[in-house]
Structure formats: C-alpha cells, structure tokens
Design a protein around this ligand. Structure first.
Ligand code: ADP
Length: 501
C-alpha cells in the first residue's frame, strides 16, 4: 500500500495517520465543511472535502468517499472508529472498488454487529454467557417466564444496540411489559431493528475486555485486558491496563475465550472481545467490537505494540510478527477520555471555544487529540476533546502520573472531564481497585447525573445541545436543524449514532 485514506476525523484520523506516516505510506484525510481548518486536514498529504457538516451528508456518505478514494488512486482505507467503521456494506464497497479495507471481513462485521447473531456464532466454542435468552423476544408472557427463571433484576437489550444505548433494567415483574414495549420501540427508532432480548442484570460487574489481533494465516492472539468499569450512561470514561483484579490464571482463561470468539467469526485484524466479570470472578461474553477502540492506547503502552501498524500489516497479508508467549505486560497504563461534558451537570455535552488549550507533557504522557487553542467544539460530532494516556512502572505510579498530567492540562471555554478524572484518581475505591461499573453512580453522585442516567440520554442530550447552541448564538439555530452528532464508537447502523455517542 502506498496511499491510505482515513475515513474519519479529528483525533482518531490523526492518530491513525501518524502510524501510517511512520510506515512510509502517504495519507489522505477527508473532512466536512465544519472541519475545514482542523489539524487532521493539515496533517495529511492530501485532503478532500466530503460534504457539509452533518455526518449523514459527509463522513457517512460511503459511496461518495469510495468514489473520491478511487479518483485519488488510494489503495487502502482505514475507517477509524465510529462513522463507517462497523458498516459491512462500506467494507464491501471498498473491496469492490479494488481498495484494501483495513479491518475485518464484512461477514465478521455483520455477525458481531448483532448481539444475538454473535451469541449464536460463538455457541460452538462454549463461551460463558450471561444467563438469559439467545433469541429475539416480543411476547411479554414468554419474557416473564424467562425473567422468573433467571430472577429479577433483568436487563432488556437491543440486539442492534451500541454505545450503551437501548438498555432497560427491570427490577420487578409488574414493570416488565411496559419496559419491554418501550425497549422495542426505542430499538426500532434508534437502530431500525426492534429485536430485543433478555439478560440477567449482573448487579456489580466489572467491564473487562480483551484486545485481539488476528492475521490472514490463521494466527490469533490477545494483547491482554483493559479494565473499563468507570462508566457513565453505560459508556466508558476511564480505562486501564492491566486490570487491578485479574490473576494470571483468569487472564489466561479470558484471553483464550476471546481468541475463540475471534475464531468463531474468522476474524482478521484488531478487535475487542468484551466481558462482564461478576463479584465471584465469573466472566461472561458481552459482545465483540470489530474495530479499533477508543481505549486502544492503554494496550499499546503496556505491550509496546502499535495496533494501527499491525492493522495495516495484517491487511497487507503479512503474518503477525510475534507469538502469544512473546507478549509481556510492561507496567501500567491509564486513559482518561477528556470530553467536552459537564460532570456536575449529568455529563451533558458542552460546546464552545477552547479559549485556553495547553497539553500536558513529559515522560509517559500521551495526548491523542484533534484540537488546538481557539478552535470550537463542533455540535455535530462526538464531544471528545482528547484521550489523555499515561504509562508508568505500576498502577500507583500511573495514578500519580495521571494526576500530574491532569494538573498540567489547561482547558478553558468548555466544561470538561479533567477534574472528574482527578476525582477518580484520588478516590479510595479506585486506588484500591475495588470498584465496578457503578463507580460514578456510587461515588460521584449528583442529583442531576442520576436523573440523566435514568432517563433516555438520546433525547435529553440532543435537546440540551440544540437549546444551548441557540441560546449562545441565535444565528446558529439554522445549523442545529437536522443536527447530526457522530459518536466515535457507536455502531454505524444506529440512527442515534448519527447524533452523538
Ligand atoms: P453496548 O454495545 O451498547 O456498549 P454492551 O453490551 O457492550 O452494550 O454493554 C455496555 C455496558 O452496559 C457494560 O459495560 C455494562 O456496564 C452494562 N451491561 C451490559 N450488560 C449487562 C448485564 N447483563 N448486567 C449488568 N450490566 C450490563
């Protein structure tokens, strides 16, 4: 490959282009009219405008992007995460145009894009599953029977769900029918697919995921785990590697299971197998994400492996250059997602101008971002400003380094998650490693954040941002009509995803 187009924007486009450049391959950026002056556009060797600000008219226009790539004689396309990254039709379109898609085969994307199809596909490998249904249900009587057999509380989930959306916890039988009807209609409107299923609601789980790498020659290995239990709205905000609670035996067992999941869908490239770990250290398969994840840097830092370079090498048909036994965990890494969100106001996204923007520096500190001082946070896309990642010799040193990096990071003009990150780093539960996915609810409990987590975040956030954009600049009101925010990770088929993560 001599020229790779990165079908994405902002920090992830930059992060991918950096590795591509180091490989001696030239880079093509795409941009919407809202991103014309963005650093990722200047960084690329070539850049093309793919349409107006709303992502449906620019970053999601698969056919247009492929046409432009052909015209520029591009020979590889990297989708990044979000937008078209988990869109099997896009992967097919790219391949049909004679361009290498830097990602898994469309079949793997399709199977793992549906939580139910994924469960079906991995059955033969005896992967531990959360108790519940393995098929779509719509009959409330059947739902009640299943719920009683696994015991309340239960979770109703959308098969096509992503980004923590389309889930409903049901505590008691009398709420089941109404919650199920709501879940079905939400799934239909958000994902265009009303299939829902039931899982036992694990009350205090940890979210542990395994990074996978697979080549086209049948080699599949794992790059250990990432702990992603600090979440708001079922979405990650702080991740670390390794997890504070995995024993070598458990790591080996989960790693082997993740490799089996990848084999079950003939996976190639970099992917992530997600699990829940209950308080007795039983683990259960949740889903597989068929792309690079936002939190991939923590795995890169503890293994010394550049995942983007590996993706490109695998796409070129090369064999993985290392075996499982050669991989070692070196030290500890923590990532804080620096979002333009207000933690004291239910983590609602904020917009505005980065009037001061100074990054932390020094040994062991990595900042992946796509912004500069003076830039506006656009209303159209994901509100992530940066990924702040630190690496140190052990967990305590990594926590101290994260606190030091946060203290150097200066952002004014938009609310952000830096101080929230500092709160977590100082919290005894985080320091001890004794926490689960309810950390935010349990320990960072504002009345507003609770209220928003309980309600439908899709509606509230879209309404909030639209109102804020209008009130801060009446001329902006036209821009908010048909506003589409893109999330960096959520599934491409979700309509919600077209608005925000
Ligand atoms: P999505 O694809 O929307 O991200 P996931 O299935 O990956 O959905 O789950 C996202 C988060 O939701 C998990 O990290 C966890 O916090 C919570 N979750 C999902 N399934 C369960 C469950 N059965 N019990 C408890 N929490 C769950």
């Amino acid at each position: 490959m001599k020229k790779i187009l990165v079908a994405n924007r902002g920090e992830i486009a930059l992060r991918i282009m950096r590795s591509i450049k180091e490989m001696g391959i030239s880079t093509v950026a795409i941009f919407s009219e809202a991103d014309r002056n963005s650093p990722h556009v200047r960084y690329a060797d070539e850049a093309i405008c793919v349409g107006p600000a709303p992502s449906a008219e620019s970053y999601l226009r698969a056919d247009h992007i492929v046409e432009q790539a052909k015209a520029l004689a591009v020979d590889g396309i990297h989708p990044g995460f979000g937008f078209l990254a988990e869109n099997a039709d896009f992967a097919e379109m790219v391949t049909a145009a004679g361009i290498t898609f830097i990602g898994p085969k469309p079949h793997a994307i399709r199977v793992m894009g549906s939580k139910l199809a994924a469960k079906e596909a991995v059955k033969a490998y005896k992967i531990p599953m959360v108790p519940g249904t393995d098929h779509a249900i719509s009959d409330p009587d059947e739902a009640l029977k299943i719920a009683k057999s696994i015991d309340f509380p239960i979770l109703i989930k959308a098969s096509a769900g992503g980004g923590g959306k389309g889930m409903r916890v049901v505590e008691k039988a009398s709420d089941l029918e109404s919650q199920m009807n709501r879940a079905i209609s939400e799934a239909e409107s958000a994902f265009g697919d009303g299939s829902v299923f039931i899982e036992k609601y694990i009350t205090g789980p940890r979210h542990i995921e395994i990074q996978i790498l697979a080549d086209q020659h049948g080699n599949v290995l794992h790059l250990f785990e990432r702990e992603c239990s600090v979440q708001r709205r079922h979405q990650k905000v702080i991740e670390e590697a390794p997890s504070a609670v995995l024993t070598p035996e458990l790591r080996k067992a989960m790693g082997a299971c993740a490799v089996d999941v990848a084999r079950a869908c003939d996976y190639i490239g970099a992917g992530t197998v997600e699990f829940l770990l209950d308080e007795h250290k039983n683990f259960y398969f949740l889903e597989m994400n068929t792309r690079l994840q936002v939190e991939h840097p923590v795995s890169e830092m503890i293994t010394g492996i550049d995942l983007v370079k590996e993706q490109v090498k695998v796409a070129r048909g090369e064999k993985l250059g290392f075996a499982q036994e050669e991989l070692k965990i070196n030290g500890h890494a923590i990532e804080l997602r620096v979002y333009a969100e207000d933690p004291d106001n239910g983590f609602l996204p904020d917009i505005g101008t980065l009037s001061v923007y100074e990054r932390p520096q020094g040994p062991g500190v990595r900042v992946d971002d796509g912004f500069e001082e003076g830039m506006d946070i656009p209303i159209y896309y994901d509100p992530m400003i940066a990924k702040l990642v630190v690496h140190a010799e052990d967990r305590i040193a990594a926590i101290a380094k994260m606190r030091r990096a946060i203290s150097e990071y200066r952002i004014t003009g938009v609310a952000n998650t830096l101080q929230f990150g500092d709160f977590v780093m100082q919290h005894p539960a985080f320091i001890s490693g004794d926490f689960d996915t309810h950390f935010v609810k349990k320990h960072f409990n504002t009345r507003k954040s609770e209220a928003i987590i309980e309600h439908d975040p899709a509606i509230e956030i879209a309404a909030y941002i639209a109102a804020k954009a209008i009130s801060s600049n009446p001329l902006n009101s036209a821009a908010t009509q048909g506003m589409q925010m893109e999330t960096s990770e959520s599934k491409s088929k979700s309509a919600w995803k077209n608005r925000r993560r």
